[in-house]
Design a protein around this ligand. Structure first.
Ligand code: PLP
Length: 388
């Protein structure tokens, strides 16, 4: 009998939680449209509002400030808009500033023209260069409109945490708005939108045990809101038209509620497993390079380079051993390209890096299986400089 597969690619997507599945099945049986006034409609509406409260609670926001979208990518395209509304007045944002390590959902620049997007470098430690941000924003031409800054809280490849409060202080000095992509942070570290200082947070359900294909844009207030991306009916208070994906939203809410309970303890357990894996990797192959090891990182991610092993080859080798993990950024051809995150950090892992990302269901024996595969693969690799 084939050995059970081990799933260690939680940053790509987390397995659906049982509570999320149950909430989805229950919602799928609801016949009503959440916008209808009859009892069936009101029941569907109640399920959405419950989910809204649960998602809001996870980031300590006001439920009235949560807009459900079809993905975090859609939320990014919604909020990265050069046109905002303050009541009936139009407010123009002149330029978008994104960090060099953003996920493509943000890096693509949303609705800004390519020449209205600037990249802010990161330091060798993988955090945004605050001096560069400061001087770039000081040079911002306010006559074109306010600056909009978008940074991620946790990087999806390295797990490194950005100093959002310091970034916020710099952005506020410039009079700008701050969007934080919290997709890889939510459920992994305690989060409060007002403590962070973010004007907007971008969330995705499927990284925290909810279903794929649902996300949210959370705002700190309601005064200044982006021009809607999806226009039509008045759903989501006019911010996002279209009948809501009731089952997906209900699943998102259930996963958020479950994650909020015991968040710190759960993540301490995950971090202990990850740390054990890294210590063992280094003792089996002391030349392993682990990115961000000395930095503030979430506890579930390990991004590493094994000299002499192409990430693409490594990923396949782990897969054949029954272990699912990721190589650095995969481009559309299916080949593994150089990681823009490592390049931005000034790292030259020409043969790429592998990402182990775990979660609350990961067990000690999963880590043992990973380490068994790691030892075999590390022993087989070619000497450095002759990567296979
Ligand atoms: N932002 C980050 C940091 C991510 O890791 C991802 C997903 O990989 C996204 C945004 C996009 O999320 P979604 O799949 O919901 O569009």
């Amino acid at each position: 009998m084939a050995a059970e597969r081990i799933y260690l690619d939680w940053n790509a997507t987390a397995p659906l939680m049982g509570v999320a599945r149950d909430a989805m099945v229950e919602a799928l049986a609801m016949p009503g449209n959440p916008s209808s006034v009859h009892a069936e409609g009101r029941a569907a509406r109640a399920a959405i509002e419950k989910a809204r409260r649960d998602v809001a609670a996870l980031v300590m926001a006001d439920p009235a400030h949560v807009t459900f979208t079809a993905s975090a990518t859609e939320a990014a395209n919604h909020v990265l808009s050069p046109v905002y509304r303050m009541g009936k007045s139009r407010v123009t944002l002149g330029r978008l500033y994104v960090s060099a390590i953003e996920h493509p959902a943000v890096r693509a620049g949303g609705r800004f023209a390519a020449d209205a997007v600037s990249e802010i470098p990161v330091t060798r430690t993988g955090v945004i260069d605050l001096d560069a941000l400061s001087s770039t924003l000081a040079a911002h031409d306010l006559s074109a409109g306010l600056p909009l800054v978008a940074v991620m809280l946790v990087n999806n490849e390295t797990g490194i945490i950005q100093p959002i409060q310091e970034i916020f202080a710099v952005v506020k000095k410039s009079g700008g708005l701050l969007v934080v992509d919290a997709v890889q942070a939510v459920g992994r570290i305690p989060l409060s939108i007002s403590e962070l200082g973010a004007d907007f947070l971008i969330l995705s359900a499927h990284k925290l045990g909810g279903p794929k294909g649902v996300g949210a844009l959370v705002s700190r207030g309601e005064t200044l809101m982006p021009e809607p991306l999806v226009r039509g009916g008045g759903q989501e208070k006019g911010h996002r038209a279209g009948t809501e994906n009731l089952a997906a939203i209900a699943g998102f809410g259930a996963a958020a509620r479950e994650m909020a309970a015991g968040l710190v303890e759960r993540n301490a357990h995950v971090a202990a497993l990850r740390d054990r894996a890294e210590q063992a990797m280094l003792s089996v192959a002391p030349d392993t390079v682990i990115y961000g090891r000395g930095e503030a990182r979430v506890g579930n991610t390990s991004f590493f380079h094994l000299p002499g092993l192409k990430a693409e080859t490594g990923q396949i080798a782990f897969d054949l051993e029954g272990v699912a993990l990721s190589a650095g950024a995969a481009c559309s051809s299916g080949k593994v390209g150089a990681s823009h995150v490592l390049t931005a950090m000034g790292e030259h892992a020409a043969t790429g890096a592998l990402r182990l990302s775990i979660g609350t269901d990961t067990t000690d024996s999963d880590i043992d299986r990973f380490l068994g595969a790691f030892a075999k693969i590390a022993a087989r690799r070619k000497p450095a400089g002759q990567a296979a």
